[in-house]
Design a protein. Structure first.
Length: 141
């Protein structure tokens, strides 16, 4: 199973410090910044509130390294939760994970969540295989 790409999307609301969010993401992925592609788009929400859509992505070999790093950084209990609910997180050949944005900012570590204030992670695979993905999730110690 080949990792084609990994992308993160974060919404920074006007009450949040987008620099702080960007710094937390870049700090966590500091070993992979040379291959990082990022973009920031200022938009308005339903109630004319200002938002910044922050996107980060990696492709190819670096995407696989980023995925391994991300999975090894999850707590053992988060990895077990992800493995146990893997069918809920896969759409076609893509794995969707939601990370707690505030935990990343405060602790510098990823934490799974189902909330709304999240870092959305999408991992795209070629030759997707549930068994290999489960091994990758639990076998990253």
């Amino acid at each position: 199973m080949k990792v084609n790409s990994i992308s993160l999307t974060v919404f920074a609301h006007e009450t949040e410090d987008e620099g702080k969010i960007d710094s937390a993401v870049r700090s966590f992925f500091s070993s992979f910044l040379t291959d990082l592609d990022s973009s920031f788009q200022k938009v308005y929400g339903h109630f004319d509130d200002k938002l910044v859509i922050m996107k980060y992505s990696w492709e190819g070999k670096s995407a696989k390294q980023v995925l391994r790093y991300l999975l090894t950084s999850l707590s053992p209990s988060d990895r077990l939760i992800l493995k146990g609910s893997i069918h809920d997180h896969v759409d076609g050949s893509k794995l969707h994970i939601r990370l707690d944005k505030q935990a990343m900012i405060a602790n510098g570590r990823p934490k799974l969540t189902q909330g709304d204030d999240v870092i959305k992670v999408i991992i795209s695979f070629s030759n997707f295989n549930f068994g290999e993905l489960e091994e990758l999730i639990v076998g990253t110690d």
